[in-house]
Ligand binder design. Structure first.
Ligand code: F6P
Length: 325
């Protein structure tokens, strides 16, 4: 039986991201210190609809700070996208005595949070996504860990690429965003990055690789974002069939990018955002997402978050080419 205190529900939604657990822990412990109750909602919005709830105490979030994934589990709920689903979710929240909801997730999750907020629910969003495609925050929870995972993988691939004089095509995640690929291009020393925002043709990719060969490089790394206009497997086959100096190999990094223990940066960011989310509710603020702006965490209206598109940093995109000389 939950006592008659202000009660916060917390859920994680969409693709999991390293650091989500650190955010859950911060929400629970900040709420408890401030004499509030917390109910964990299992399986994201789907669990909200099904009433999959469990009260969370301080010890329930012990030992999770360093763990990847999300102890609350997650889902991509189709039912919740419909107005009827949202109405049923609000009913479940009311039955459970939830006064507010904290949603940790990506772009789609913030859309869901805004939909609930419009219907009078006190909602706070916390951005968690490896894609870093959410408008309103410099960086989302999980992105730094994913970048480190990519960097580690590409460093290893470079060792073998260099030994065998290979051109390596490496596919990164990111859905429709080129963020991870561009950042990987800079931090992993790629010849070229292919991203959804700037379509290129096969000839340009082949030329970049051949040019690297002519300049005496022992290998060439091409980072291909999963959402780019050229599919990695076909691209690798086409390049391999050309005479460009290097042998061609490819690696699709896939879901390995979503896992792993969060970096120090992500643990800190998640902890700060979790604390801020609860503080917002204490101050009567809701309908916002916590966003990193400069060095501080600010509250960004969810309506602004969902009606703006985050753009890839063109400066970094061009930097890849310059630094590949
Ligand atoms: O949003 C995170 C993400 O990993 C994207 O980069 C990717 O496109 C998508 O999720 C993959 O989703 P799923 O695991 O459902 O295939």
């Amino acid at each position: 039986m939950v006592e008659n205190k202000f009660t916060i529900g917390v859920l994680t939604s969409g693709g999991d991201a390293p650091g989500m657990n650190a955010a859950i822990r911060a929400v629970v412990r900040t709420a408890l210190v401030n004499h509030m109750n917390v109910i964990g909602v299992m399986n994201g919005y789907e669990g909200l609809l099904n009433g999959e709830f469990k009260p969370l105490g301080a010890r329930d979030v012990g030992g999770i700070l360093q763990r990847g994934g999300t102890v609350l589990h997650t889902s991509r709920s189709k039912r919740f996208q419909e107005p009827a689903g949202q109405r049923d979710a609000i009913r479940k929240m009311n039955e459970a005595g939830m006064d507010a909801l904290i949603v940790i997730g990506g772009e789609g999750s913030m859309n869901g949070a805004r939909a609930l907020s419009k219907q009078g629910v006190k909602v706070i969003g916390i951005p968690g996504s490896i894609d870093n495609d959410i408008w309103g925050t410099n960086i989302a929870i999980g992105t730094d860990t994913a970048m480190n995972t990519i960097m580690d993988a590409v460093d290893k691939l470079r060792d073998t690429a260099s030994s065998h004089q290979c051109a390596f095509l490496v596919e990164t995640m990111g859905r429709n965003s080129g963020y991870l690929a561009v950042m990987a291009g800079v931090i992993c020393g790629a010849e070229m990055v292919l991203i959804p925002e700037y379509p290129v043709d096969l000839k340009e990719v082949a030329e970049a690789i051949e040019d690297a060969y002519r300049r005496g490089k022992t290998h060439a790394i091409i980072i291909n974002a999963e959402g780019s206009n050229l599919a990695t497997t076909e691209l690798a086959q086409a390049i391999d069939a050309m005479d460009i100096g290097f042998n061609t190999r490819m690696t699709i990094l896939g879901h390995i990018q979503r896992g792993g223990s969060p970096t120090a940066y992500d643990r800190l960011l998640a902890s700060r955002m979790g604390v801020k989310a609860v503080e917002a509710l204490i101050d009567g603020i809701h309908g916002v997402m916590t966003g990193l702006k400069g060095k501080g965490i600010e509250f960004i209206p969810l309506q602004d978050v969902i009606s703006n598109k985050r753009k890839v940093n063109v400066e970094y995109y061009h930097m890849v080419k310059v630094l590949a000389r």
